[in-house]
Design a protein around this ligand. Structure first.
Ligand code: PEP
Ligand code: MG
Length: 325
């Protein structure tokens, strides 16, 4: 099987009926790019930039960040690199930036909430990203956006950085695409409006599931509520994808669900454009995709949402149709 997959390294990510998609890699550092390329990634769909901050003993300077992003972009040889802006707080502390003790860190001061409150930190990162875009396609993605106002604020700070840089470098950053993660339930529900103001969505199912089911993603006692195949959750995912497409916005997914073999046919059936996952899952997913018909999968997705009532029922249905049982 692995030998068969290996042949797909340079192949496009295409379904049986010839529809093109993208299968991208999730990375933590620029050093991960080599493996992403080796596994045939169509791009980097999620560069978790917080690792740059967590592996340093000080806030990384603009130049330090610029070098890291440039390295990732150059390494991807023209394929797009989606960099998520700083996503600390929650389960990810920074010892040189003490954050207040919180009762509910996952509901607290984290990610874009910190960046909007500390534009000095945010701007350093955005400037570095805009500068790196001179070396290849860079896309910037904001994490944990809950409201349209937050999105607009983030975009305004980005615009400020771009205006400043363009004084000396006209046109710099004009090709940068701006997107947001869909990982807060309100943003998912409001996707039809949010889609008008971004180039792409990337659905962060790890957090979106945690917040939709109100179940801590790290707590084993409630892990039974990690249900990517729950029909109600699938309905929400479909709403996000449909809302994106109604506005010419790209729909990507970068949570664990994107690399889930049972979820993939359903996501394909809903028309998800990009699947971002750990590099080691890319070839298996590409191989599976080439045997799936998108129209058939659209039926499966509709049946999962309209005929099934539980995650178990959806799982059984997909397994049966894939011939896995
Ligand atoms: C997610 O929430 O699904 C996601 C991709 O981000 P992280 O796992 O880093 O929170
Ligand atoms: Mg997340």
């Amino acid at each position: 099987e692995r030998a068969e997959w290996a042949k797909l390294v340079d192949a496009p990510s295409v379904s049986k009926d010839g529809q093109h998609f993208e299968i991208a890699a999730n990375i933590g550092t620029p050093d991960d790019v080599a493996d992403a390329v080796k596994q045939g990634a169509d791009g980097v769909g999620l560069f978790r930039s917080e690792f740059l901050y967590m592996s340093s003993d000080h806030l990384p300077t603009e130049d330090e960040q610029f070098e890291a992003y440039k390295k990732a972009v150059v390494g991807m040889q023209g394929k797009p690199v989606v960099v998520r802006t700083l996503d600390i707080g929650g389960d990810k502390p920074l010892n040189y930036l003490p954050l207040p003790e919180e009762m509910n860190p996952f509901l607290g001061y984290r990610a874009i909430r910190i960046c909007l409150h500390r534009p000095d930190i945010f701007k350093t990162q955005l400037r570095a990203l805009i500068r790196a875009s001179e070396f290849g396609p860079v896309e910037i993605m904001f994490p944990m956006i809950a409201t349209l106002a937050e999105l607009r604020q983030a975009k305004a700070i980005y615009q400020e950085c771009k205006d400043e840089l363009q004084k000396d470098h006209p046109g710099l950053g004009d090709n940068v695409k701006i997107g947001m993660m869909i990982e807060v339930p309100l943003a998912a529900l409001y996707a039809d409006q949010l889609a008008k103001e971004v180039d792409f969505f990337s659905i962060g199912t790890n957090d979106l599931i945690q917040y939709c089911f109100a179940a801590d993603r790290g707590n084993d006692a409630v892990s039974y509520l990690y249900q990517p195949l729950n029909p109600a959750f699938l309905r929400l995912i479909k709403h996000v994808i449909d809302s994106a497409h109604a506005n010419n916005t790209k729909a990507a997914m970068c949570g664990e669900m994107a690399g889930d073999q049972l979820a993939m046919p359903l996501l394909l059936g809903m028309g998800l454009d990009e699947y971002s996952m750990s590099a080691s899952s890319i070839l298996r997913t590409r191989s599976m995709m080439k045997d799936l018909d998108t129209k058939e999968c659209a039926k499966w997705a509709n049946d999962a949402i309209n005929l099934c009532y539980t995650a178990d029922e959806v799982e059984k249905m997909v397994k049966t149709r894939l011939g896995l049982d």
